[in-house]
Write a protein that binds this ligand. Structure first.
Ligand code: AHM
Ligand code: MG
Length: 296
């Protein structure tokens, strides 16, 4: 079986990018270890007005510390930080975007959550399509790493020796029949409602957990579509362009799928601000194209 290191050595990546991917992937161990002692909600909110749980803050602080020490990252944009953090004295010039703990409302009920990472050259505020690499660690019954360096999408599992072993190589998203939609049904806009009714009519099965990273991960295997749409009073939806949409959109696109905001490829959107939100439709190519056709 191929380890993460062995796989990265077969790619055309710069050594510093390989080192950065390996370093971030390694943090799944400490983050998982922190689950038990960081369960509670804190009395602080992030910039989105969401109450943080201790594990959000712990993962954010941990990754910040590790990346600062690495000397590989010049700019760090985190969902849990109000501003971009400039890391002085870095020998490599990568910019990292991170959602340190996506799906955090599920931590207390022991459902799958994850860490989502985007890696760019230079600046964090760029179109998603400029990404050099994207990855996420998923903390489920297994800890897995899904990664792309623009040479296919591969899934690794962390073993009891702390090594990532390749489980799935060159995964391609099929045209399957799973669907998920966020926001309250009563707030859905007419076009979204019509699209969901179309999917149900076509025999799509609902699978929504409340963890974006886990809900999208299942699509790589089963196919289908996840959405967090624009909804009444929130024309940009809930999820964030930089931290959630772009890295997962990059991975799904590399696996032959698509990500759209309803009319355009999300990876072509220029971020206007750190907390830029975007309606999301992500998954199998055919399903996302059908949505765009119905939304016209
Ligand atoms: P988080 O990054 O603070 O966990 O918030 C994002 C999460 C996504 O993982 C998920 O898709 C969504 O928020 C769930 O929202 P809701 O509770 O409205 O269903
Ligand atoms: Mg999130």
């Amino acid at each position: 079986m191929t380890t993460l290191k062995e796989y990265l050595d077969t790619t055309g990546c710069e050594q510093t990018l390989k080192d950065l991917i390996e370093l971030i992937a390694k943090q799944a161990g400490p983050i998982r270890d922190a689950f038990i002692s960081n369960q509670k909600y804190t009395d602080t909110e992030n910039v989105y007005g969401e109450t943080q749980i201790a594990l959000d803050k712990w993962s954010d602080a941990h990754l910040l510390k590790v990346l600062e020490k690495s000397g590989l990252v010049k700019e760090l944009a985190s969902e849990e930080q109000p501003e971009i953090v400039e890391l002085n004295g870095a020998k490599a010039g990568y910019a990292v975007t991170m959602d340190p703990l996506d799906g955090s409302s599920l931590v207390q009920v022991n459902l799958a959550v994850g860490t989502i990472i985007g890696i760019y050259d230079g600046k964090a505020m760029q179109e998603g399509r400029n990404m050099l690499a994207a990855m996420y660690m998923l903390y489920g019954p297994m800890t897995t790493l899904t990664v792309t360096v623009k040479e296919g999408v591969h899934i690794f599992a962390l073993n009891d020796k702390g090594e990532y072993m390749m489980m799935e190589k060159d995964i391609q998203i099929p045209e399957g029949k799973i669907y998920a939609s966020g926001a309250l049904k009563k707030d859905w806009l007419p076009k979204h409602k019509e699209f969901i009714e179309y999917l149900e009519g076509e025999g799509y099965k609902l699978r929504y957990s409340g963890s974006f990273v886990a809900d999208v991960h299942q699509l790589l295997k089963y196919g289908g579509i996840f959405s967090y749409p624009a909804f009444a009073g929130h024309e940009n939806g809930k999820l964030r362009l930089l931290f959630e949409a772009n890295p997962l959109g990059f991975i799904i696109t590399q696996a032959g799928g698509r990500i759209s905001d309803g009319s355009q490829d999300i990876l072509t959107i220029t971020p206007e601000k750190l907390d830029h939100r975007v309606p999301i439709y992500i998954g199998s190519k055919g399903a996302v194209e059908k949505m765009e056709e119905m939304f016209k």
